[in-house]
Design a protein around this ligand. Structure first.
Ligand code: IMP
Ligand code: MG
Length: 174
């Protein structure tokens, strides 16, 4: 079975949108310091590009999680594989995620961050698949709303591959 990737959002479109979000975040957090929490591995490319476009002082931390159960459908039971290095007390936290799908992972993560004494916790997601939502999670900043298709690239993987694509694509089998 041949596998190919069809472009859904080009490199130019993605980069232009990230630049816009960076400008918006810079305006919204004017006069404050921002603590970006990147959810590994998927959000790594997005976090780097976004952080470069933010003009207020930024600190960065990383968390790696895996959800129990079938890999294509998250269960909402989240295992922390690598926890944050820095405390969140008093910080303006912006969680950066690759995609909001069912919302289960983020629902768990956002409550966890809020329980750790952050001043405020917001969410920035590159992609949003609203048709798939099971738990009510809304991103404060969203790159693109996309249809219910399995996408790869810009950090997103299919069996750990394709993360390095500079665009967002859909895997096709033919
Ligand atoms: P949720 O808990 O269902 O919202 O799961 C979100 C996680 O599932 C994301 O962080 C991704 O790792 C993964 N995921 C969901 N949809 C896709 C997709 O289309 N491509 C690649 N990974 C996806
Ligand atoms: Mg992920």
């Amino acid at each position: 079975m041949a596998e190919r990737v069809e472009v859904l959002l080009s490199e130019e479109e993605v980069n232009a949108r990230i630049r816009q979000i960076g400008e918006q975040i810079s305006r919204d957090y004017e006069g404050k310091e921002l603590h970006l929490v990147c959810i590994l591995k998927g959000a790594s490319f997005f976090t780097c590009e976004l952080a470069k476009r933010i003009t207020v002082p930024v600190s960065l931390d990383f968390m790696s999680v895996s959800s129990y159960g079938a890999s294509s459908e998250s269960s909402g039971v989240v295992k922390i594989v690598k926890d944050l290095d820095e405390p969140l007390e008093g910080k303006h936290v912006l969680v950066v995620e690759d995609i909001v799908d069912t919302g289960r992972t983020l629902d768990y993560l956002l409550s966890l961050m809020r329980s750790r004494g952050a001043e405020d916790v917001k969410l920035c997601a590159l992609l949003d698949k609203p048709d798939r939502r099971v738990v009510d999670v809304k991103a404060d900043y969203t790159g693109f709303q996309i249809p219910d298709e399995f996408v790869v690239g810009y950090g997103l993987d299919y069996a750990q591959r394709y993360r390095n694509l500079p665009y967002i694509g859909v895997v096709k089998f033919d």
